[in-house]
Design a protein. Structure first.
Length: 441
């Protein structure tokens, strides 16, 4: 799912609001028949942002739906960025069903999506069908815009050989332990430059974002529609910890080392070629290692938590994909049937998870014997079930929410470490202003 990773930047909130749909209202839904049609027919379009191998997986599941419903033709539009899907859905009836990223787009898309609650009630699709944090995909302001589908959970990857050489037999459970172990495992060249790094703490390095790192502290993101970063002790403590970690190794050394590493999604990935001993990454890395670094002796674990923050060990940052129906669709019953199939059919959900190597959000899929789940992958399935897993709020400004903090944090880690509270207050103000502007449109 590397095409999605750039879009996923958000902060942690409670599981009860993880997939809470952005408040939006409006017509366009129409009446829902009391009984589902005995026979579906017509053409429906499915738009999504996946490409290459992942697009082939989507097409395969769409083909299976057509076989089960021979009267329906599914026209798949692959490689469509979420921003384009949002624009087309809002202005035309060319999109019937769309798969997008919840955190980045749902707050904007919701008003253009059909309310699925009546269809779910009629056809027996329940919130409780979906597991862990994804089960909280509930209606917001009386509107259910979408269903969760195969998604992501983040955790810690660790090189067993490098840990063992430093005298460690188990991965860290707290950030203080992570830092101590990482410093011990970092080695240097004769000129003082980094040779092997225990863990790269830089925000902006690969999957290190405010969202993914933030889940380790569980700090509040918003309250009553207002940003609350500056008033959160968890955020201040987390950023202070990260800044001190960067300073201990040296920002310039870390930047130079990072610049000399291979592409994140290539066989020259720094963790896969043992340049980095521990890394924050998503469950999809298991598939990359199986394909590109078969000899790597590694393990996976929940990402460490900030001691004293109140955050419980065992979860992780979760990022959801969702599937919904356009309220402009001219064939809503067939469109709903397709969305329901992708989200709630066990065989389809297993096929998606096996093909993407992502986390199945459907409980029956996560428990299916057909799910390809080595122990390193099961870590992430278990984390997705944990009540301590966190995700990001859905808002009308999408990824702007987290990009605002990412921008501040990336700059803050380069400086003296002063001005943290003032900087977070400005982040709050910038987010609130962006939300106000969006609400005024």
């Amino acid at each position: 799912m590397k095409s999605k990773k750039i879009l996923i930047a958000a902060l942690a909130i409670s599981a009860t609001t993880m997939l809470a749909l952005s408040g939006c209202s409006g017509g366009g839904d129409g009446d829902v028949a009391a009984k589902a049609p005995d026979h579906l027919s017509g053409t429906v379009s499915l738009w999504h942002h996946y490409s290459d191998r992942e697009a082939e997986v989507i097409q395969s599941v769409a083909d299976d739906f057509e076989k089960a419903n021979p009267g329906v033709k599914v026209e798949v539009h692959a490689g469509q960025q979420d921003t384009k899907i949002t624009q087309v859905v809002a202005t035309s009836s060319n999109v019937d069903v769309m798969i997008t990223n919840v955190n980045a787009t749902l707050g904007t898309l919701c008003k253009s999506m059909a309310d699925l609650a009546p269809y779910m009630k009629r056809d027996g699709v329940k919130e409780s069908d979906f597991q862990g944090i994804f089960a909280s995909a509930t209606a917001f302001d009386g509107r259910r815009c979408s269903l969760p589908t195969t998604s992501d959970v983040y955790g810690l990857y660790f090189n067993k050989d490098l840990l063992g050489a430093a005298g460690y037999t188990t991965p860290p459970r707290t950030l203080d332990e992570l830092e101590k172990m990482a410093v011990a495992m970092t080695t240097y060249n004769p000129d003082g430059s980094i040779k092997t790094l225990g863990f790269n703490p830089l925000i902006g390095f690969q999957q290190n974002t405010a969202a993914t790192m933030g889940a380790s502290a569980g700090g509040d993101w918003m309250k009553d529609g207002k940003a609350t970063l500056a008033s959160s002790s968890q955020w201040k403590d987390l950023i202070t910890w990260q800044k001190a970690f960067v300073d201990k190794i040296g920002y310039d050394k870390l930047k130079t080392f990072s610049a000399g590493l291979g592409d994140e999604f290539s066989a020259n990935n720094a963790f896969q070629n043992s340049r980095i001993a521990m890394a924050l990454d998503g469950e999809w890395r298991v598939a990359f290692i199986e394909d590109q670094a078969k000899g790597l002796d590694y393990g996976t674990a929940p990402f460490p938590v900030l001691q004293g923050s109140g955050q419980q060990y065992g979860g992780g940052y979760a990022s959801a994909a969702d599937i919904g129906v356009s309220n402009k669709s001219k064939n809503k019953e067939a469109a709903w049937a397709l969305a329901k199939y992708f989200a709630s059919d066990t065989a389809a959900a297993v096929k998606l998870a096996n093909g993407f190597k992502n986390i199945p959000t459907l409980k029956t899929a996560a428990e299916s014997p057909d799910l390809e789940a080595p122990d390193t992958y099961k870590t992430f399935i278990e984390a997705s079930k944990s009540e301590s897993s966190k995700s990001s709020p859905v808002t009308a400004i999408g990824s702007t929410l987290t990009q605002t903090l990412d921008s501040f944090w990336s700059n803050y880690q380069t400086g003296s470490g002063s001005g943290l509270e003032a900087g977070l207050k400005k982040v709050d103000t910038d987010i609130d202003n962006a939300l106000s502007l969006r609400g005024a449109k």
